[in-house]
Design a protein around this ligand. Structure first.
Ligand SMILES: C[S@@+](CC[C@H](N)C(=O)[O-])C[C@H]1O[C@@H](n2cnc3c(N)ncnc32)[C@H](O)[C@@H]1O
Length: 341
């Protein structure tokens, strides 16, 4: 029945009154890892790929001249009922927002630094309590991600070249960069765009660390220059803030030009991670997209810190106290590693 419904256009991301998609209902009933669950994830992947094609300005639509014409619409059956449904908004931004108790007003939503890079880069930042936050309380980076950064750092050092040249895009709290420095790579490039983070890099002496090269500015502006300078990387890690999956697709163009033959590309995989089914849809989408670039993606499963699954309360068990949106809701982190096939 589920297959038939999808074939007839049922939406994988429709929401019921409890803010649940059909897959969320399966999850609540303990029915993940079933054929039904897989059917929902596959429907999500198909829909996302189709939508992207439809929005592609280069797509050509054949007009129906010469094709057998079909009736414009099916006659409505008498008992057809119009149902109003909402769709889940796929959150493909990579990072969280911290709690802001004030009610959002429309001006703030329009100028939201967590999803608008140009606004984010002009927003004041503050380092505090194991987090990097904006002056509005959006979280840019949190230290519960330490274990995930350690996995990212390991990936950068897996290529065969003994003298490593690695690139990290997005300094944030410098967690992964500190780990990279401990491995003493020959060259350690750090690309960072935010003026307050660049000031922190200066203050903490990163500009004079051995082998460190700071690329000041957005990766979109600084990385293309490297293509003409014959700089290649044994490892590239990507973890920015406020950017979207479309930006990652642009980045893949540069990654294929900058990665050595057996280099490794990895990134903070927070795509859609506030809802398990969306996280799984992205898991497959990224794999398909990277395959188009000749890159094979593998995932290692890492248990997410249990504090990320706890609801906000008065105890210290949850990481979300004082945080506006629990942006991580998945028991397992899919740590990505991509290599040329
Ligand atoms: C989530 S933090 C990175 C955290 C880092 N992985 C760590 O271990 O601490 C994201 C960083 O990316 C930077 N950023 C955002 N957009 C960028 C862009 N287009 N180019 C370069 N850096 C960017 C932000 O200013 C921020 O410092």
């Amino acid at each position: 029945m589920v297959e038939k419904l999808f074939l007839r256009g049922a939406g994988w991301n429709l929401l019921n009154a409890n803010d649940e998609t059909p897959a969320c209902v399966l999850q609540r009933r303990g029915l993940t890892r079933t054929k039904l669950w897989d059917a929902m994830v596959d429907a999500g992947v198909r829909a996302e790929i189709l939508l992207r094609k439809l929005n592609d300005p280069n797509i050509e639509f054949l007009d129906s001249d010469g094709l057998e014409s079909e009736p414009e619409s099916e006659p409505e059956a008498e008992d057809d009922v119009e149902i109003e449904v909402e769709e889940v908004k796929v959150d493909d931004s990579q990072e969280p927002e911290l709690e802001n108790t004030a009610q959002p007003n429309s001006n703030l939503i329009e100028e939201d630094p967590s999803s608008m890079p140009e606004v984010y880069l002009k927003t004041k930042l503050e380092y505090k309590d194991g987090a990097l936050v904006t002056d509005r309380g959006d979280g840019v980076m949190m230290d519960w991600e330490n274990g995930l950064m350690a996995a990212g750092c390991d990936s950068l050092f897996k290529g065969s070249n003994p003298s490593k040249t690695v690139l990290n895009i997005g300094f944030g709290m410098g967690i992964i960069d500190t780990m990279i420095q401990e491995r003493s790579p020959a060259n350690h490039y750090i690309c960072e765009a935010h003026p307050d983070v660049l000031a922190k890099l200066k203050q903490d002496g990163w500009y004079s660390k051995p082998g460190v090269h700071i690329l000041e500015g957005r990766w979109q502006d600084t990385l293309p220059e490297l293509l003409s300078k014959n700089v290649f990387f044994d490892g590239i890690y990507y973890d920015t803030y406020s950017e979207h999956y479309e930006d990652m697709l642009e980045l893949f163009d540069l990654v294929v030009g900058l990665l050595t033959e057996d280099g490794v590309f990895s990134f903070f995989n927070g795509l859609g991670a506030d809802r398990l089914v969306v996280y799984e849809v992205y898991r497959k989408l990224v794999e398909i997209d990277l395959a188009n670039y000749g890159l094979e993606l593998t995932y290692t499963e890492i248990n997410a810190p249990t504090g990320t699954l706890e609801e906000k309360d008065e105890t210290d068990e949850t990481v979300w106290n004082g945080i506006k949106r629990a942006y991580w809701r998945c028991p397992v982190y899919y740590h990505p590693e991509a290599r040329f096939k």
